[in-house]
Design a protein around this ligand. Structure first.
Ligand code: GRF
Length: 197
């Protein structure tokens, strides 16, 4: 069985969307894959509650307790590698995981490390994407699922979704509209990757 490990920092609604899709679409039968574990860098991440309810393994690695980025990433990789075998390489899914990963970590999981970013990349990498889209006068916004490469919010695009910017939008209303689309495209992108392996 191929394991999917999902990394979160907060609410985990994208993680939940992927877990639900894996159940509804029976990824075990279809792709021989399952969501095995959820890892958070914050003990208070709301998504951990859902993950536990689903009977998934959960792990908390508080980045603040590690000396530096390298040490944190090494600890993270150690946990992930419990779900990794040469026969069935683990798929690592970043879902609202708010940590920049070292190049070494990214290279280790190259081709099997995916991220969702709440903008139409390559526009608006980094933080505060919705406010920046509003400030720029964009008429459309959206989200991008991409393979992770060492450069932040770059890497081959797997899926995108577009939403309109509406009169009176705030960063919050726009974020909510984009998030509903994230829940649609992220499970689909993961399923596509699984179907190709
Ligand atoms: C999403 O918009 C994601 O793209 C961004 O942070 C938000 C996380 O939402 N990086 P959730 O934790 O999946 O609910």
């Amino acid at each position: 069985m191929k394991n999917i490990v999902i990394l979160i920092s907060g609410g985990g609604s994208n993680m939940a969307a992927i877990v639900r899709a894996s159940q509804k679409e029976d990824w075990a039968a279809r792709y021989g894959a399952r969501v095995a574990a959820v890892i958070s860098n914050k003990g208070t991440a709301g998504g951990l509650v859902f993950a536990k309810e689903q009977g998934l393994d959960t792990h908390v690695l508080d980045h603040k307790t590690y000396a530096d980025r390298e040490a944190f990433d090494a600890a993270l990789a150690q946990v992930i590698d419990r779900y990794d075998t040469p026969q069935a390489p683990v798929l690592v899914v970043l879902a609202g995981f708010m940590r920049i990963l070292t190049a070494g970590f990214v290279e280790k999981y190259a081709g099997r490390l995916v991220n969702i970013h709440p903008s139409l990349l390559p526009a608006f990498g980094g933080l505060h994407t919705h406010q920046r889209a509003l400030d720029a006068g964009c008429q459309f916004a959206g989200a991008t699922v991409h393979l992770v490469t060492p450069e932040l919010d770059h890497g081959p695009i797997l899926e995108q979704a577009v939403v309109p910017v509406l009169p009176g939008d705030t960063a919050d209303t726009l974020a909510a509209r984009v998030l509903t689309q994230e829940h649609r495209i992220y499970p689909r992108a993961v399923a596509n990757l699984l179907s190709k392996k």
